[in-house]
Design a protein around this ligand. Structure first.
Ligand code: NAP
Length: 541
């Protein structure tokens, strides 16, 4: 969708400039990028067609890409160990990278990044990550499962691509599109994306920061945190904004426009919850817009002003003058911090939920919905998210029933009407007592809160959509006070109880709408500006 203020002429100009920049980047590559497609001879499936189309488009702007196509029974397929159609083998003389499926949707970003990495012949990994990869002695057979509608997937796939380019002798990579090859996902019980495996061991569930991915690859088990060694880079700023959702990005636009040197740090996908909201219908100026489209517009706007450090995790903040912000990659010395850390999915707490997460239990219908086409699922919850996700799933051909603990939905009347019109059944007054299944979800046991009656429902997927809990781990670590409700306590100017630390967005509680988060971000930014001109902690102290 177009930015509302862009005229077609401006868009055209922007596109031409971007194309010229891309051409120049390809020209700078010293080596050709050899792409080999393996597909069944007579096959004309949409994935094979999509690969051909994407490669054709790139070959129109550069002669650095060479392209050959062979049948799956060709001897080269045996040489490169190709077993699935379609598979794209990437620069096999230098790397061991296979792409199984097609670079559609969100994966287009990964594909472009892959061409850049292979063309440059440099992984672009941080020094910290290079050190970790250098410690890997034995070969790693890496698989990353992705889907075209998953905004978190490019981050994990690019982590793996960087590792494969860094250590081509030891790291073999397969990027697997679960839509194209659901049977490989079934074999690995990978029913949510992204998921990463190395030597058949799961090393990542969800997108990881680059350093955490590399550490997980080294240790062959998922790591949760990476503290860089002391020689990490140092950046000085006026404001560090933690979180790249609507609140953080809006705050960044405002602080930079006020002349403050600013960094936005986001460990996962930009846009926060909005990135996985199928449709947004209440953001002013847009009658109806895809959540990811809205995020793309917001990010493009923010990038005009502010530097964004994406895929990087803030691991510690030390208050003071300056405040020191330690991330998984570097250190920031800053005068102020805005915590716009948002909220994360609330969990049911039912037996089976944790064990079967990624194996039928999902918290993201947009990401994982494609795996459940034609299968039976439930969405648990009765709010706006549950109803929006149920409508989305039904639209994509998933059989869906809502399970709600009361006899009335909490969702907006407009959404409830859409739900009724779509004929999606609701099981009222019921809670999930247990999620059942050995290696994957096969059923749920529900209990009726009024009658106490229990029933077992055979399902393949459970989408948990019961609201959010504020992400306050960092705030608590610094000593920022929380309110009784668990959200950050702050004054009318978004100042927390710690000098120089502010908050914005869903982490503050309140209405939790995209428009209110953006408003809170703008307010916090203006407070920061005013306080830096005349610091309240000195004025009042
Ligand atoms: P929510 O409004 O807090 O609703 C959570 C739902 O889950 C409620 O129906 C609640 O039941 C149920 N629930 C909570 N804990 C439960 C448990 N342990 N077991 C079973 N059910 C449980 O959360 P949300 O729907 O994610 O929405 C969050 C915010 O985002 C809201 O402000 C919403 O307006 C906004 N949002 C807006 C849109 C939109 O406008 N299109 C879309 C998505 C989200 P009870 O009803 O019994 O409390």
């Amino acid at each position: 969708m177009a930015h509302p203020s862009d005229s077609p002429e401006i868009q055209d100009q922007d596109a031409k400039q971007a194309l010229e920049k891309l051409k120049k980047t390809f020209e700078s590559f010293s080596r050709p990028i050899d792409l080999i497609l393996f597909a069944y001879p007579a096959e004309d499936n949409p994935f094979t067609q999509a690969i051909r189309q994407v490669i054709r488009a790139f070959r129109q702007i550069t002669d650095k890409i060479t392209f050959r196509e062979f049948s799956l029974d060709h001897e080269l397929a045996r040489k490169y160990n190709v077993a699935y159609s379609p598979t794209l083998v990437v620069a096999p003389e230098r790397y061991q990278i296979h792409w199984i499926g097609a670079p559609m949707g969100e994966e287009g970003r990964t594909f472009l990044e892959m061409l850049m990495l292979v063309g440059r012949g440099d992984s672009g990994l941080s020094q910290q990550s290079r050190t970790v990869i250098a410690r890997i002695a034995e070969p790693r057979d890496v698989k990353v499962f992705v889907s075209p509608s998953c905004p978190y997937c490019p981050q994990e796939a690019v982590n793996a691509l960087r590792a494969a380019v860094e250590a081509p002798d030891r790291i073999r990579l397969e990027i697997i599109d679960i839509q194209c090859q659901p049977e490989i996902a079934d074999e690995y019980e990978a029913h949510s994306v992204p998921q990463a495996f190395a030597n058949d061991v799961q090393i990542g569930l969800g997108a990881q920061s680059e350093e955490v991915f590399c550490a997980s690859l080294l240790k062959l088990e998922p790591q949760t945190i990476f503290i860089p060694e002391s020689d990490a880079e140092l950046v000085e700023t006026d404001v560090v904004i933690v979180g790249g959702g609507p609140a953080g990005l809006t705050a960044g636009i405002y602080t930079v426009r006020s002349g403050l040197k600013t960094a936005v740090i986001e460990r996962e996908a930009l846009g926060g919850q909005v990135a996985t909201t199928p449709v947004v219908e209440n953001y002013p100026g847009f009658t109806q817009v895809g959540g990811k489209t809205l995020v793309d517009i917001l990010v493009t706007h923010a990038l005009e002003y502010v530097q964004i450090f994406q895929g990087e995790e803030v691991v510690d903040i030390t208050p003071g003058e300056p405040i020191v912000v330690q991330t998984s990659r570097r250190k920031f010395k800053t005068r102020t911090v805005i915590l716009a850390t948002g909220a994360s999915h609330r969990q049911l707490g039912a037996p089976g939920e944790k064990r079967l997460a990624g194996r039928g239990v999902s918290y993201c219908a947009t990401c994982d919905g494609p795996l459940f086409r034609g299968r039976r699922t439930i969405v648990v919850g009765g709010g706006d998210s549950a109803v929006t996700e149920a409508l989305f799933l039904q639209n994509m051909g998933v059989e869906v029933t809502i399970v709600h603990r009361r006899d009335r939905l909490r969702a907006q009347a407009h959404l409830v009407k859409n739900l009724e019109d779509a004929g999606i059944p609701v099981i009222w007054d019921s809670e999930v007592e247990e999620i059942l299944g050995r290696d994957r979800v096969t059923a749920v046991r529900l209990v009726n809160r009024k009658s106490g009656e229990k029933q077992e429902l055979a399902v393949d997927g459970v989408f948990v959509s019961i609201g959010y809990v504020p992400t306050v781990g960092l705030a608590e670590k610094i000593g920022v006070a929380l309110g009784e409700d668990g959200y950050i306590a702050r004054d009318a100017r978004h100042r927390t109880t710690v000098a120089g630390i502010y908050s914005a967005g869903d982490v503050e509680g309140g209405y939790k709408q995209i428009v209110t988060a953006a408003g809170q971000g703008a307010e916090a930014a203006m407070s920061v500006f005013e306080d830096l001109v005349n610091p309240y902690w000195k004025r009042e102290g």
